[in-house]
Write a protein that binds this ligand. Sequence first.
Ligand code: NAD
Length: 517
Amino acid sequence: MSKIKTDFGIDEALFALGIQNLNDGSSTGSNNFSSGETIESYSPVDGSLIAKVKTTSKNDYDKVIDVASEAFKTWRLKPAPQRGEIVRQFGNKLRELKEPLGKLVSYEMGKSYQEGLGEVQEMIDICDFAVGLSRQLHGLTMHSERPGHRMYEQYHSLGIIGIISAFNFPVAVWAWNTALAWICGDVCVWKPSEKTPLCGVACQNIAASVFKANNLPEGISSMINGNYKVGEMMTNDVRIPLVSATGSIRMGKIVAQAVAARLGKSLLELGGNNAIIVTPNADIKMTVIGAVFGAVGTAGQRCTSTRRLIIHESIYNKVKDALVAAYKQLRVGNPLDENNHVGPLIDTDAVANYNKALKKVVAEGGKILVPGGILDGKGYESGCYVKPAIAEADNNFEIVQHETFAPVLYLLKYSGEVENAIAIQNGVVQGLSSAIMTSNLREAEQFLSVVGSDCGIANVNIGTSGAEIGGAFGGEKETGGGRESGSDAWKIYMRRQTNTINYTTELPLAQGIKFDL
Ligand code: NAD
């Protein structure tokens, strides 16, 4: 295995990714018509201004959609396995640029360099998955009730897919959508988070270089920049049959209504409030590792981060003490330094929300076990570094019901049978990821049964955080109900058509209806 390259700076990474500063101080990517105001991208790692990016005006947006519509006309005619070949090349380009892109992800978003590389690896994995899938976009055949008739269903390309993504997975979520949409014959218009615009520019450049090398129109992939107002141009646009939106529940409710009002389709990947149930039959060592990684990894800024631990009263103190001891070992600091476990939050607003949550849990009657706190001084100049915190709480507290996007873990106690823990686990509005730690088969199966976890993801003896691309990813209830990535998630990017062919000289009607002339 080749050694991971670490000894290069952000400027070198930006250069490798084709991001150059223009005379007006802004940076731009391929196929981007943005001419609006500039947004500035600051690194939460050290507070530096990395670059500026221009936002998309309504005029620019209409140009992007025209280019995308034209590109769709040719791209959909290319046989799906040939589209897969383009995605294969795109995956290889990502392999070449894994280190600079991983570094940009780390520096602009604040996750560790290892996690940044892991995010790019997810992009590569979904490309590999999509290449194989490009030969398997099959529908069913069914037997007709009429003699001499054949029935089957087939899937056709849908059109322009609008992608709206969150800051915490600034590149992978786009790839999850776009790799599948491309092999399905769709073209994509992406609005990355306004908090991580350079990651968007970098990805767009990589995609554009592959399309150019193959003499394909760049409009197969386009990017628009800006805040929610730019996102709204897509949600209200009838030219976009599917909007795939990842972000907060608040955003999802607005997007869902806007898209539904024009009877478009939406794929929603929204907030979670994920719990691990720890039964008396749990392996405590595994539990602690899973819980700590789930709660503090990416500084608690994963949709699948562990927010709640539901622990049986008989082992409560043992788990609590082990966790408090483990938290003492955590090092918070520059995420590009692999000796640190926890990097910064995305910005100072996120720090304020973290602070508010800790105050609120106390005000509601909770007890702080590991106090947390905001770090300042050398190495913490960005003002975005906080210490992971643990509080004892009750599931009914308002703050526990709410997703705080920061490293705050709530310990909740249950007594009696596993059913009681499952009721607590399900007793929130979100339904993304869940887990149980147990070596008892009955408890595990109960958790996975129809009366078990109500989440889109339910794991046994692994934590809530992270997922493999091979499975369909998403959650129930206010998490939005969408599924993307693996399994048959590709179907939402296509339109299904049922075909009936009559190869006789008669015209029999269905359901035995007679219509004699
Ligand atoms: P956010 O909701 O603030 O923003 C997400 C994106 O939506 C951004 O690009 C933003 O500009 C856009 N947006 C906001 N309002 C909009 C509107 N009215 N119309 C159109 N676009 C709009 O979320 P964030 O702070 O960037 O990300 C954190 C949230 O995302 C957390 O709640 C997290 O759980 C969730 N998330 C969920 C998943 C998942 O797969 N379920 C994955 C990653 C993040």
